[in-house]
Design a protein around this ligand. Structure first.
Ligand SMILES: Nc1ncnc2c1ncn2[C@@H]1O[C@H](COP(=O)(O)OP(=O)(O)OP(=O)(O)O)[C@@H](O)[C@H]1O
Ligand SMILES: [Mg+2]
Length: 396
């Protein structure tokens, strides 16, 4: 695994590319400069001669000779200018135009076409530099593509194994229910029929068996519920409009007994309407409020549910005044079957928060324990996409 990673990192690093040695057969810019110097020297000499001839012609009134000399000078000058023009065009303009054309092709996406300069060494060198750059870009691009492909493959593998695990949890918990129900009901029957008829130790064993079967039943039911979240198709993308204020009221109604017994006061500030699965979202609120009631301190629970806009999302909070949670357990509490207290102190199976996380993530949000220091109580925060809410009105 480590080696594979190293190899990938190596692959991503651009390989050093060797530059070809400059060609020697082509004339360089220095030759051109020499040629130009020579040409201007010849031109100057010709011009001087023409000027001498002109002076002589003026003195000797030799109009005809003057005309011939001037004409000859003009012809020579014109010839030289043409030669110069052709040379400069052949040595500079043509190679640069050709190079420009090749570079343009590359910038237009023809990365596989190599770039080659012709003409003076400087232009050949420039062409090689451009080609080096092109090969580097191809290299980087290929390794980036390879990395992306591997990432996609891993993501797909992860999705597959996740789905398999979910399927396994679903099938196992579903199929376990029936035999477990039998064990639980016969343990209870045994206890009812034979309690007191056997010795004390047998009574204790019957209690343990019945209690264990009950607990296992609760855990298997929780696991089944947990594995069902991913199987339900309706998330934020394809769910229905869910008024969360209404969902919170329904969740509270289901907790009526616990609420009355504890004397809890629950304040529900206006919550938005979001898109999702109504049953799951109600379950999320019920688990959080249920926890806030159950994990209370000495005073009657005070619980507050609120929402605020945070960019593209809604951020919700559930604040209580209970026993609170040590920040070091902030992640652990979201793991399935993880609990912080013995069952004798606070009952529960440790499913609730893992289910909450799954429900929120299924709807495209996040959930976390707010670990900022506070005097007492716990604060849970979670987000849900807001775009879905705007389609149905904000609920504010
Ligand atoms: N509001 C809270 N205040 C203090 N501790 C909490 C609160 N909510 C959760 N916890 C802690 O996190 C643990 C995990 O919570 P979770 O809801 O997953 O399980 P549970 O409530 O114990 O069991 P279940 O939800 O299955 O009935 C709890 O056992 C408790 O220790
Ligand atoms: Mg719970």
């Amino acid at each position: 695994m480590v080696r594979e990673h190293d190899q990938r990192a190596d692959h991503r690093r651009p390989r050093p590319l060797r530059r070809r040695s400059p060609g020697t057969a082509v004339p360089g810019v220095r030759d051109l400069r020499r040629l130009l110097g020579f040409a201007s020297w010849v031109l100057g000499a010709v011009l001087l001669a023409a000027a001498g001839c002109t002076a002589w012609a003026v003195q000797a009134h030799a109009d005809e000779a003057l005309q011939i000399t001037l004409a000859a000078a003009v012809v020579v000058l014109a010839l030289l200018a043409m030669v110069l023009l052709v040379t400069v065009r052949r040595l500079m303009v043509v190679p640069i135009t050709l190079l420009g054309r090749q570079v343009r092709r590359v910038t237009e996406g023809e990365f596989e076409r190599s770039v080659e300069g012709t003409g003076p060494n400087e232009i050949v060198g420039l062409g090689e530099d451009v080609d080096l750059m092109r090969r580097r870009i191809i290299d980087e691009w290929t390794s980036a593509n390879e990395a992306r492909r591997m990432l996609d493959e891993h993501a797909e593998e992860l999705r597959r194994s996740n789905a398999e695990l979910e399927q396994f949890a679903y099938v196992a918990s579903h199929d376990l229910q029936e035999p477990l129900r039998k064990v639980a009901s016969f343990s209870r029957l045994l206890k009812r029929r034979y309690a007191g008829r056997l010795d004390e130790r047998a009574d204790a064993y019957l209690d343990f068996a019945a209690d264990g079967a009950d607990r296992m039943q609760a855990m298997v039911a929780g696991l089944l519920e947990f594995s069902r979240v991913g199987r339900r198709g309706h998330g934020a993308a394809d769910g229905t409009a869910v008024d969360l204020t209404e969902a919170a009221r329904q969740a509270l109604a289901s907790l009526a007994t616990a609420r009355e017994e504890s004397g809890a006061r629950v304040e529900i500030l206006p919550l938005p309407t979001v898109r999702g699965d109504a049953v799951l979202l109600r379950q999320l609120l019920q688990n959080l409020i249920g926890n806030a009631i159950r994990f209370r301190g000495g005073e009657p629970p005070r619980i507050r549910l609120a929402a605020r806009r945070a960019g593209d999302e809604w951020e919700f909070s559930c604040v209580d005044n209970g026993i609170g949670i040590d920040p070091e357990h902030a992640e652990r509490i979201f793991v399935i079957f993880q609990r912080l207290h013995p069952r004798e102190e606070y009952e529960g199976t440790g499913i609730g928060l893992s289910l909450c996380r799954k429900i929120v993530e299924h709807h495209g949000g996040r959930i976390w324990l707010d670990t900022s220091p506070r005097e007492r109580g716990a604060v849970f925060r979670w987000t849900l996409p807001r775009w879905s809410a705007t389609a149905y009105g904000d609920g504010e």
